[in-house]
Design a protein around this ligand. Structure first.
Ligand code: UDP
Length: 366
């Protein structure tokens, strides 16, 4: 049957700003996949948000307000802060209102308020948890809600879900990418690439170290979230080692990324998934990543790239010499077979059906 789905976006930045990180792309892929299967989707998002062109059939509701501070940039024990004229609260209110006439509300914001609502409203709320455990108050709340609503949380990778040890049987949905947004390029002699928000949890310095050792440039794409961090890295290496490419749209990014011979992925945290790895693979670009977090479930060691010893920069260097042995076609194939937007949408739909079924059973038993 046709499902009516309402989705709450991230309260960190508007869709298209890059501040929302991988969640922005995930929302677009999901909306595309759900629309494509004939479902109806409405998206509640910050003012100025834009969905991809192909998603114009999804109704967008704009909310104006103060953004939240990302949890990974606060202390683990920080309290929840809700500013005056809160964007998050505004999105939740709008979401609840519209969802009265829908089958399910999907929450994509990693925050306290929408998770808390699960216990206190008569609408099934399905949470896509987009990060590892970054806040004690949120983790404790997830634990409390999970005890009553074990089906209402989904994760991108098993390793991410392990950050929440109370989750006994995690629902893993991976992620999805619209393959025809990415062009395969067979550029075995291209430059070194790094893509991500420029912020400490992403470990850019380790990739710059590798480029410097090889006396090469490192091409860096992404939003500079932390200017001090960026300047500090720049000053620790010879001038010009980093080739700052800025934040590009998916289409522009994939054109440039596809010309590279390898993507270096060096996060310091338990990366929930790692969209940029899959985008590289979709263009035929192998990836060398630290063996931790989502990347360790994405990269097939020796097939689509290599998994290096975490935080060991020389291990990255070691594997670089074998990159030319990787068949770039295999990289693209992995995405086609494991992370297309239709595979992702059907995983999510299976999960949503479960959430709705459980919700209805609970109501019947009341
Ligand atoms: N990105 C982009 N343009 C750029 C650099 C990055 O659109 O120039 C996007 C990229 O497509 C990806 C996101 O930024 O979806 C980063 O997501 P990822 O899951 O790698 O990390 P997160 O930021 O969520 O921690």
């Amino acid at each position: 049957y046709i499902m009516r789905i309402v989705l709450i976006s991230t309260p960190i930045g508007f869709l298209g700003s890059g501040k929302g990180g991988g969640v922005e792309l995930t929302i677009n892929s999901l909306v595309y996949g759900l629309l494509h299967l004939g479902h109806s989707v409405e998206v509640i998002a910050p003012k100025n948000s834009k969905l991809y062109e192909r998603n114009e059939k999804a109704k967008l509701h704009f909310i104006d307000g103060e953004e939240q501070i990302s949890w990974q940039h606060q202390n683990y024990n920080s309290p929840v802060l809700i500013p005056e004229n809160s964007l998050l609260a505004g999105m939740c209110e709008k979401g609840l209102d519209i969802a009265k006439k829908a089958d399910v509300l999907i929450n994509m914001s990693y925050d306290w308020l929408p998770i808390w609502m699960t216990l206190n409203v008569e609408i099934p709320i399905a949470h896509i948890i987009s990060m590892g455990s970054e806040s004690s108050v949120i983790s404790n709340l997830i634990s409390k809600v999970y005890a009553k609503h074990p089906y209402n949380f989904a994760f991108h990778s098993k390793i991410q879900a392990d950050d929440y040890p109370f989750i006994k049987k995690p629902i893993i949905i991976g992620n999805g990418f619209k393959l025809d947004n990415y062009t395969f390029q067979d550029s075995v002699d291209g430059p070194l690439a790094w893509v991500g928000r420029v912020a400490p949890e992403k470990g850019l310095e380790d990739a710059v170290y590798v480029a410097d050792k090889l006396s090469e440039k490192l091409k860096v794409w992404g939003v500079t979230e932390d200017k001090n961090y960026a300047t500090k890295i720049e000053q620790s290496f010879p001038k010009g080692t980093i080739d700052w490419m800025g934040f590009l749209s998916t289409n522009e990014l994939q054109k440039e990324l596809g010309k590279c011979r390898v993507l270096l992925n060096t996060p310091k945290w338990n990366e929930a998934y790692g969209n940029v790895l899959v985008e590289a693979l979709a263009c035929g670009v192998p990836v060398i990543a630290y063996k931790r977090g989502g990347p360790s479930e994405i990269i097939q060691h020796g097939e689509t790239g290599f998994l290096a010893i975490p935080d060991d920069k020389d291990s990255l260097l070691y594997y670089l010499q074998f990159v030319k042995n990787i068949n770039r076609k295999k990289c693209r194939e992995w995405v086609e077979n494991n992370a297309s937007s239709s595979i992702f949408a059907s995983r999510v739909l299976n999960w949503l059906n479960k959430v709705i079924r459980e919700h209805n059973l609970r109501r019947l038993n009341k």
